[in-house]
Ligand binder design. Structure first.
Ligand SMILES: Cc1cc2nc3c(=O)[nH]c(=O)nc-3n(C[C@H](O)[C@H](O)[C@H](O)COP(=O)(O)O)c2cc1C
Length: 274
């Protein structure tokens, strides 16, 4: 049940909800918008109808529009977004201290607003939320990689991992986890409409929001390969659901480096179709 209801005193019958509905299931009746019972199952639950209503007259899924974040004057101006996108850097120097649990939770809860195919909203974040836990996990991964190297069971193209194990053992140089205090993996059910895309988009939103909050991030390709491919037997340690596909991994924490300016990339290769 969608619990679609309209406050007829507030509804101005402008039709904005019907116009914006992606599945076009809202029709304008004499008393305002309605969703016929036989169309309910087509609803994506995207809540565009609730979001677009100029007078806050419309409720769906039992949600009160007054509890939504008001957007007027809250959105960043384009120059701020541009500075955030261009000023984002991969951070590989981290402070010792952990981020507060409240901040970690806020970063993830915000990133979870990222779009997902067919509004499936099934991305799950698996988080290592303290430096102590990540240290333990790093040991497990590095020992696992060392074992694969010793047994000659590392696939040939993955032998590049061996110098990383040695760098840690000999110099305490952490190339795989970049000595970050936290790790987040995004995963989604293999049967979701777009599991990989959903995970990558969620992590991209996470990264930008984190950096806006002065939290450093770096995409963790090596950690992802280790967890996803080389040492998949570690997945139960992380309690990853069996039917999930890991989208990617990201390291994060309080940055111990500050960038004063952006970098200068060449022009984007843009092709306008004639
Ligand atoms: C999919 C992906 C995987 C990456 N994996 C790693 C990694 O394992 N370790 C690392 O230090 N950086 C990693 N990076 C960061 C890139 O090296 C970095 O984005 C690039 O050098 C440009 O620097 P910038 O992000 O500061 O602009 C990864 C980036 C992406 C997009």
């Amino acid at each position: 049940m969608l619990q679609f209801s309209v406050d007829s005193a507030a509804c101005i019958q402008c039709g904005a909800c019907s116009e914006d509905c992606p599945t076009k299931i809202i029709s304008m009746g004499d008393k305002g918008p309605v969703i016929p019972a036989d169309k309910e199952e087509l609803c994506y639950r995207c809540q565009h109808c609730l979001a677009v209503c100029p007078t806050g007259a419309l409720s769906i899924l039992g949600l009160n529009p007054a509890n939504s974040v008001p957007l007027a004057s809250k959105l960043p101006v384009p120059e701020q977004m541009e500075a955030l996108i261009k000023g984002r850097r991969s951070v590989r120097q981290y402070a010792e201290d952990d981020l507060s649990p409240e901040l970690i939770n806020r970063l993830l809860a915000t990133a979870w607003h990222a779009p997902t195919g067919v509004n499936a909203r099934q991305v799950r974040f698996t988080v290592i939320d303290t430096r102590a836990k990540l240290q333990q996990f790093r040991e497990t991964v590095l020992n696992g990689l060392e074992e694969l190297g010793a047994n000659k069971t590392l696939p040939a193209h993955m032998e590049r991992f061996l110098p990383f194990v040695q760098a840690w053992q000999k110099e305490k140089k952490d190339i795989i986890f970049r000595d970050a205090p936290h790790l987040v993996l995004a995963s989604a059910p293999k049967g979701a409409p777009t599991p990989m895309q959903d995970c990558l988009i969620a992590l991209s939103y996470f990264e930008l929001y984190a950096q806006a909050c002065q939290v450093g991030t770096v995409w963790a390709g090596l950690a992802y390969l280790a967890i996803e491919t080389l040492l998949s037997r570690l997945q139960p340690v992380l309690a990853l659901p069996e039917n999930h596909q890991i989208g990617y991994a990201m390291l994060f924490g309080k940055a111990a480096v500050r960038y004063e300016r952006g970098v200068q990339h060449e022009n984007a290769p843009i092709h306008y179709v004639k």
